[in-house]
Design a protein around this ligand. Structure first.
Ligand SMILES: Cc1cc2nc3c(=O)[nH]c(=O)nc-3n(C[C@H](O)[C@H](O)[C@H](O)COP(=O)(O)O)c2cc1C
Length: 369
């Protein structure tokens, strides 16, 4: 039977268990987007704790509209690249592999050093309120609908970011097309209300994402992983569904697999949630059915369900968010399940910075690791 402690092979990389740290924004870079030393301590700790693969927080790609949060790290210039290089070296030395998540904020735009105007498929604001976890802002600014030259800027940003991620020594990149950020917005009929070649049918809504995958693959060396994170939910709308349900999703998966993406990382509120319209399947079950592409699955994986999830998705790595924050040594600790802790959200208050986490650990743990 397929176990969470089986070996796993992904594009020339071998892992001795199947646990992955999910991407998590910590807004702890320097103001200029250069990763901080504390970020090195944070990421290295997961590798030392037995996670064979770490996906970084969403990282901005260009010096235009891609940044979405204050103190978010970037990979848009040489100093940011050098900062990441130091962190990757520490993670590699501790035995972990590292994938950089590339994120363009789109309309989920709370702070940007370079511009006050978000760009998005259409001039549509996200539902709900901005996230106080990443800084207090009064509301969402109105985004500008992307014009043809904006497509070139975004595309060049992603290509430049792939090149710099390779220079920094990362093992791969993950294109962030989930949670309501720019690439995800193209797939959504709420955010993407265009009537030109970029909007309408799922084939048209998918087209820009497909082009970014192909461009990232062309920029990447042969052994460099190019994955993509996908899902329906957004940070302020956990119930969004693609209008064409399972049919839309099957097309997304098969087009992106054909475009050459190395893995698909599905995310939902729960890895077993069946939330596609007209379907009784989970996102990851559909991927398993329509392609043999490698999978990363995410959503509420814990000490209680991980073996069941590993057996149910035999071709998948298991990405942990909150459980990894609460237990940076989860792969070791889970061998004694009653030692596994739940996340205390006070650790991320008033903002989700590493400084606040470190303070929380000093107060709540005998020795902060
Ligand atoms: C503090 C925090 C920051 C997050 N930042 C990101 C991010 O930068 N990129 C991303 O794709 N998901 C992000 N997420 C979502 C997680 O990757 C994950 O999908 C979510 O926590 C659900 O998984 P879990 O049930 O294992 O926690 C974040 C989650 C948390 C708790």
């Amino acid at each position: 039977m397929s176990s969470a402690f089986s070996d796993f092979h992904l594009k020339g990389h071998d892992f001795d268990n199947r646990f992955v740290v999910a991407p998590m924004t910590r807004t702890s870079a320097q103001a200029n987007g250069v990763p901080s030393e504390l970020m090195g301590d944070y990421y290295e700790r997961f590798a030392k704790g037995g996670f064979p693969l770490i996906i970084t927080e969403g990282t901005y790609t260009d010096q235009e509209a891609s940044q979405g949060y204050e103190n978010q790290p970037g990979i848009s210039d040489a100093p940011q690249t050098d900062g990441w290089k130091k962190i990757v070296e520490r993670v590699h030395k501790a035995g972990g592999k590292m994938i950089l998540q590339l994120m363009h904020a789109g309309s989920q735009f709370q702070y940007n050093r370079f511009t006050d105007t978000p760009i998005a498929p259409s001039a549509v604001k996200p539902k709900g309120e901005p996230l106080s976890l990443y800084g207090d802002v009064p509301g969402w600014p109105e985004p500008k609908q992307m014009e043809e030259h904006d497509f070139d800027i975004v595309m060049n940003g992603f290509i430049g970011a792939v090149n710099r991620a390779q220079e920094a020594g990362f093992d791969g990149v993950e294109l962030h097309a989930a949670n309501g950020y720019l690439l995800n917005e193209f797939l959504s009929d709420y955010f993407n209300q265009r009537e030109d070649k970029w909007g309408g049918s799922i084939e048209k809504r998918l087209q820009f994402v497909e082009m970014v995958v192909k461009a990232a693959k062309s920029a990447a060396d042969d052994d460099f992983i190019v994955g993509i994170r996908l899902g329906q939910i957004t940070v302020t709308d956990p119930d969004y569904q693609w209008p064409g349900g399972a049919e839309d999703w099957e097309k997304i998966v098969s087009h992106l697999a054909k475009a050459g993406v190395d893995y698909i990382h599905t995310t939902d509120t729960d890895v077993m949630r069946k939330n596609l319209k007209d379907s009784d399947k989970t996102l990851a079950e559909v991927v398993q059915e329509v392609s043999d592409i490698a999978l990363i699955v995410n959503g509420n994986i814990s000490e209680k369900n991980y073996e069941h999830v590993a057996a149910h998705y035999p071709n998948a790595l298991l990405a942990l968010g909150k459980k990894a924050l609460a237990n940076p040594d989860f792969p070791e600790r889970v061998k004694n399940p009653d030692q596994v802790k739940d996340l205390d959200f006070a650790m991320l208050q008033p903002k989700a910075t590493l400084e606040n986490e470190w303070k929380w650990r000093e107060q709540n743990e005998e020795s902060a690791s």
